[in-house]
Design a protein. Structure first.
Length: 195
């Protein structure tokens, strides 16, 4: 009779996610994953099959957390522009709280480039989810008159998404909160209707 698992698999994935986020994929050893998850080497491999498979699960978990966080931030303003502002401000605050770890997706993109289809697919799925969410709130801002209508909402969503990625890279290189807030302010100003 097989012994039942005596651990929370999702908690282990989240712990591994944090180890990968702190160190990157290549620099995270199997021993690091064992220490982070509290599992033995055989349990890690029996449950997740490989370091790479665990990394893919970590990216999926990170994406779910990130999308949920963005959705909450985007729901916290009265106008469309207020919502985008809240999301950008929240990104700056998150980066300060995360100690400059940046974004796990952006870090993975930098580490893997185009050489790993699973990572590319995770990044594409992450981008699509965030872009759809941003476009929805930008359209609301265009409808309420707080966001410029001269450009398509999907194009402005790409701009905001690129700004968020840039803020995360700035944080990773050690930029301070004031520098990142200036970038967020410029992005918000760029979205305002022109008179």
């Amino acid at each position: 009779m097989a012994r039942p698992k005596e651990f929370d698999e999702e908690r282990a994935v989240e712990s591994a996610m944090n180890a990968f986020w702190d160190n990157g994929y290549e620099a995270t050893s199997t021993q690091d994953l064992c220490e982070a998850t509290g599992l033995g080497r055989s349990s890690v491999y029996n449950t997740f099959k490989s370091k790479h498979a665990l990394f893919e699960r970590a990216l999926t978990r990170y994406r779910a957390i990130g999308l949920h966080t963005r959705a909450e931030l985007l729901d916290s303003g009265e106008t469309g522009l207020d919502r985008v502002r809240a999301m950008l401000d929240g990104t700056v605050s998150e980066e300060r709280a995360n100690g400059g770890r940046g974004c796990l997706m952006v870090n993975a993109a930098a580490e893997f480039g185009d050489r790993d289809e699973a990572v590319r697919s995770a990044m594409r799925t992450d981008a699509e989810g965030h872009l759809a969410l941003l476009a929805e709130h930008i359209r609301a801002g265009q409808a309420d008159g707080t966001i410029d209508r001269r450009r398509a909402a999907a194009d402005l969503a790409q701009f905001v998404y690129a700004t968020v990625s840039g803020l995360r890279i700035m944080s990773r290189r050690g930029a301070g909160e004031p520098e990142m807030r200036v970038v967020a302010d410029i992005a918000v100003d760029a979205l305002r209707p022109r008179t």
